[in-house]
Each structure stands twice: as structure tokens, then as C-alpha cells.
Design a protein around this ligand. Structure first.
Ligand code: NDP
Ligand SMILES: C[C@H](O)[C@@H]1OC(=O)[C@H](O)[C@@H]1O
Length: 253
């Protein structure tokens, strides 16, 4: 299997894309630690699936916006699983809101969770990998929104561009340690993050119509690309951005 015996850490592993990546990694032989914020039931479901795959699984609750969460997640996972081989920074929020009356606290929270949270988490995971001295793979979940805008996402799209940029700079900073850093850029994937937004039938139809493959994404669509970047199949891939969007980005007309 592609990730036999590897230790894979995933932030935001209680739902959606992070949950699918965590379960997909376990099905490729990895032991898995997830971070999550509030959804105990979702975290338990992830762990059930990880254990059903025959792998070890642990969950560590905490807010990624707090730098202490990153230290605690990495040290607890290291003790339980014997190290960190793959780190997936995925946790994120997207509270849709118009630009002109955007509340300051919504902007600040979105930046704290999506950008600073990713920074602290990636840094903690990288420090552990460097100490181990056996290289590793870091994957950050950015977005198609790193490349294009959104009327109700003026606070969100800059964080996703920032996450893409973080992977480019850490690829340089960590290459000498044989740590690869890459960004995944999902298109529109049906999860809790956009349930309200996509409940508008017109918006949903529009997003589907923009997608050459003819459907919105499912969280499981991200598992294969993440496993590829995590595995030795991608051993010479670093600083890359992998769009996983059914072709939405290139579809002008
Ligand atoms: N869905 C989409 O169309 C796209 C999503 N993305 C990105 O993918 C990532 C995952 O999103 P998605 O799976 O859709 O969303 P979900 O809402 O389904 O899942 C979000 C996950 O992040 C966790 N999380 C949220 N805030 C925090 C926090 N402060 N601390 C720790 N964990 C937190 C949630 O934990 P809990 O529920 O326990 O609070 C949950 O596990 C995000 O970074 C998002 O920006 C990118 C492009 C498209
Ligand atoms: C939450 C959005 O539906 C989703 O998130 C993103 O990053 C993209 O903008 C997607 O459409």
C-alpha cells in the first residue's frame, strides 16, 4: 500500500475533506491522527473508519487559531504514532458575507483560522519532521479561491492565496531536510462549509454548469490527490499546486 506504516496527521479531520483524506490514508496503510474543533461525533466516525481499515487512530481536540493547539497536536500524535511522516493542514472556515458591511470579527477569525492556523500547524509538523531527520510530506488545503475571487469571500480568498504561498515558501525552506510541501486546490466540494450557500438552487446549478465534469466535487475526490502527494510516487514534487476542481478553473466559455 502507498502509505504503509506512515504517520499521517490531518487538521480538521472530523468532517468533509479532512475526514475523507484521513480515512483514505488509513486505507493505504497509514496510522492517523486528526485534529478537530467541535464535532466530537464526526471525529469518532473518522476514528471508527480508520480503525476498521486496520490502522491506529487518535483525535486531539483544539482550535487551530491557538498556536498551543499545534504543539499539543504534534506532540500527542508523535507519542501515539511514533512520529510525523505526512502533515495535512486542512482545517478551515468560510462564513460567506458581503464585502461592504463585513464584520471585523469575521475577517479576523477567518484569517486566524485559515492562514495563521495553517502557519502554526505546518511549522509544528515541520519542526518534528526535521528533528526526526527522515524527511516528510506536507500538504496544505488551499483552494481554487487562491486563483480567483468570490463576491462573498473577500475575507476568505486572501487566506487561501496565503496558504498556497506558504507551501511555496516552505518548499524552499524545508527542501534541504527532504521535506516536500505542496498545495491542494479543491474546486467546489459539497461539505458543511457550503451547505447553506449551495441550498440556493440557482447558485448550485450555476456552479455545476461551470464544471466540465458535470458535477460538484465530493470530499472523497480529494483523497487520491492527497495520497499521491503524501506518497513516494510524488518524491520529486515540491512547491506544486494541484487543482482538483473538475475543470472549473479553466472553464471560461
Ligand atoms: N468544500 C469546498 O468546496 C472547499 C473547501 N476548501 C478548504 O478545504 C478545507 C476543509 O473544508 P471542508 O471539508 O469543505 O469543510 P467542513 O466544514 O466540512 O470541515 C471543516 C473541518 O475543519 C475543522 N475546523 C474548522 N475550524 C477549526 C478550528 N478553528 N480549529 C480546528 N479545526 C477546525 C472542522 O472541525 P469541527 O467540525 O470539529 O469544528 C472540520 O473538521 C478548508 O480549509 C476549506 O477552505 C477549499 C476549496 C473548496
Ligand atoms: C466554500 C466554497 O463553496 C468553496 O470553498 C472554496 O474555497 C471555493 O470557493 C469553493 O467554492
Amino acid at each position: 500500500m502507498l502509505l504503509d506504516g506512515r504517520s499521517v496527521l490531518v487538521t480538521g479531520g472530523s468532517a468533509g475533506i479532512g475526514q475523507a483524506i484521513a480515512i483514505g490514508a488509513a486505507r493505504q496503510g497509514a496510522n492517523v491522527a486528526i485534529n478537530y474543533h467541535g464535532d466530537d461525533e464526526g471525529a469518532e466516525h473518522t476514528l471508527d473508519q480508520v480503525r476498521q481499515a486496520g490502522s491506529k487512530g487518535i483525535a486531539v481536540k483544539g482550535d487551530v487559531a491557538d498556536p498551543k493547539t499545534a504543539e499539543e497536536f504534534v506532540s500527542t500524535a508523535t507519542k501515539a504514532l511514533g512520529g510525523v511522516d505526512v502533515f495535512v493542514s486542512n482545517a478551515g472556515i468560510c462564513p460567506f458575507h458581503a464585502f461592504l458591511d463585513m464584520p471585523q470579527e469575521t475577517v479576523e477569525r477567518t484569517v486566524q483560522v485559515n492562514l495563521l492556523g495553517a502557519y502554526y500547524m505546518v511549522q509544528a509538523g515541520a519542526r518534528q519532521m526535521v528533528e526526526q531527520g527522515r524527511g516528510g510530506s506536507i500538504i496544505a488545503v488551499s483552494s481554487i479561491s487562491a486563483l480567483v475571487g468570490g463576491e462573498f469571500q473577500t475575507h476568505y480568498t486572501p487566506t487561501k492565496a496565503g496558504v498556497l504561498s506558504l507551501m511555496q515558501s516552505t518548499a524552499i525552506a524545508l527542501g534541504k531536510h527532504q521535506i516536500r510541501c505542496n498545495a491542494l486546490l479543491p474546486g467546489t466540494i459539497e461539505t458543511d462549509i457550503n451547505r447553506d450557500d449551495l441550498s440556493d438552487p440557482e447558485k448550485r446549478k450555476y456552479m455545476e454548469a461551470r464544471t466540465p465534469l458535470g458535477r460538484l466535487g465530493e470530499p472523497e475526490d480529494l483523497a487520491g490527490p492527497a495520497i499521491f502527494l503524501a506518497s513516494d510516487m510524488a518524491r520529486y514534487v515540491t512547491g506544486a499546486a494541484l487543482l482538483v476542481d473538475g475543470g472549473m478553473y479553466v472553464n471560461l466559455q
